[in-house]
Design a protein around this ligand. Structure first.
Ligand code: AMP
Ligand code: MG
Length: 379
């Protein structure tokens, strides 16, 4: 059991910064890790993290989607540290997180009415809006684009950090570029300990895939990345909405088609080679088992990413279920953790079943197809 968190008292404020931090958390390779209560975040810990943001440092924190790696979005030097810590390609812009709707007008200009409607309905929550950018935002945050991606998260720890910091926080996912996104603080530590200042650990994230990104500068608005807010919900509100071809991620697209810079980059990839098998379930099961056997005869260690409905059909070195096909939210929640588990088990090949594109299934399939490098077999 963890010791109960001590509230900061008057005498604490007289202690040196180091002593105060040592009372609150532990260090891993120099990175300060603070356990935070997910429902009532301890003010003392949030204050330590907020000070780091204000001083231009980097803080990993939970959001309802995945863990983000934050820095003051208005401080170019701080944002540069983010890019370096993650080894993020310099042409991939970062989502700016805000504590409230009012920040949108500081960061963006010409905000269309329809964007305000989405904000009213979906914020705080897993929906990122791409808007025209204001001059206040440093070039590096948006990699020189004329647009900015903004969202208000609903996670209590994220909101507490945003409020205490008093500034918008630029935050990509808190993983090394190209790796599966982090859904626990342990994932963040695996990738980034020693490379960032603080990790706020409030346990596993609620949704498990990133936010939906929608471009509000085009008419109709265009979904650039599927995520925690389903396309169906957005359709209901918007009526008309374009869906970028890469959202389905059925095949690699040409660079010219990549309207969102992130679309160009390798993503979510485990160390192992990955194959996605799609089609009707009975055919998928047959093909997955057949591929597992073929690769096993080559001496490879095989991992199968199955579902509750199919898992009992398989024999391989490591067989895991994402959850029930009836519950796309559960599939999304487990996805990145399982991809990381296969790496820990050192499998050579991961064979994953395709799932339905309904609800969060679209976001899951986007991640699986990209993680496989579009190594997709249709049966
Ligand atoms: P992440 O690195 O997981 O936070 O992903 C952020 C996503 O938002 C990436 O796919 C970015 O390319 C995309 N994004 C951020 N800013 C913009 C922008 N101004 N226009 C289009 N896409 C953006
Ligand atoms: Mg990311």
């Amino acid at each position: 059991m963890e010791k109960p968190v001590e509230q900061v008292t008057r005498s604490d404020s007289e202690l040196s910064k180091e002593t105060c931090e040592a009372k609150l958390g532990k260090r891993v390779k120099g990175t300060l890790v603070l356990r935070v209560d997910a429902t009532i975040p301890e003010i003392a810990k949030i204050q330590v993290a907020a000070s780091v943001i204000q001083e231009g440092g980097t803080v990993a924190f939970p959001t309802e989607t995945v863990y983000g790696l934050g820095a003051d979005a208005l401080n170019a030097k701080a944002v540069k540290k983010l890019f370096e810590a993650k080894r993020r390609p310099a042409d991939n812009p970062i989502i700016v997180h805000v504590a409230g709707k009012e920040y949108v007008y500081q960061l963006a200009r010409d905000v269309p009415k329809v964007a305000e409607r989405l904000i009213a309905l979906f914020w705080p929550g897993p929906l990122t809006l791409v808007l025209k950018r204001s001059k206040q935002v440093p070039d590096i945050t948006v990699v020189g684009l004329d647009t900015i991606a903004i969202r208000m998260p609903r996670n209590k720890v994220a909101l507490a950090l945003l409020n205490k910091s008093g500034t918008p926080i630029a935050a990509p996912s808190a993983n090394l570029a190209g790796k599966p996104s982090p859904t626990t603080a342990q994932h963040v530590i695996e990738d980034l300990a020693g490379r960032i200042d603080v990790v706020l650990d409030a346990g596993p994230t609620e949704i498990g895939v990133e936010s939906t990104v929608i471009n509000m500068t085009s008419d109709p608005p265009e979904i650039l990345r599927p995520g925690g807010t389903s396309c169906e919900k957005l359709m209901e509100v918007l009526g008309r909405v374009k869906v970028h071809p890469l959202v389905r991620a059925e095949k690699r697209i040409s660079l010219a088609q990549a309207v969102s810079p992130g679309m160009k980059h390798k993503h979510y990839a485990p160390e192992a080679e990955m194959i996605v098998v799609e089609g009707t379930l009975d055919k998928v099961i047959k093909k997955v088992q057949q591929l597992a056997e073929t690769h096993a005869t080559e001496g490879k260690k095989i991992g199968i990413l199955a579902t509750d409905e199919s898992i009992f059909n398989y024999q391989a070195d490591v067989v895991r279920s994402l959850g029930s096909r009836q519950n796309s939210s559960m599939l999304a929640k487990n996805l990145f953790e399982l991809l990381r588990q296969f790496d820990k088990e050192k499998v050579d090949v991961i064979i994953a079943e395709g799932i339905s594109l309904v609800g969060l299934g679209l976001a899951v399939m986007n991640r699986l197809r990209k993680a496989s490098g579009f190594n997709i077999i249709r049966v």
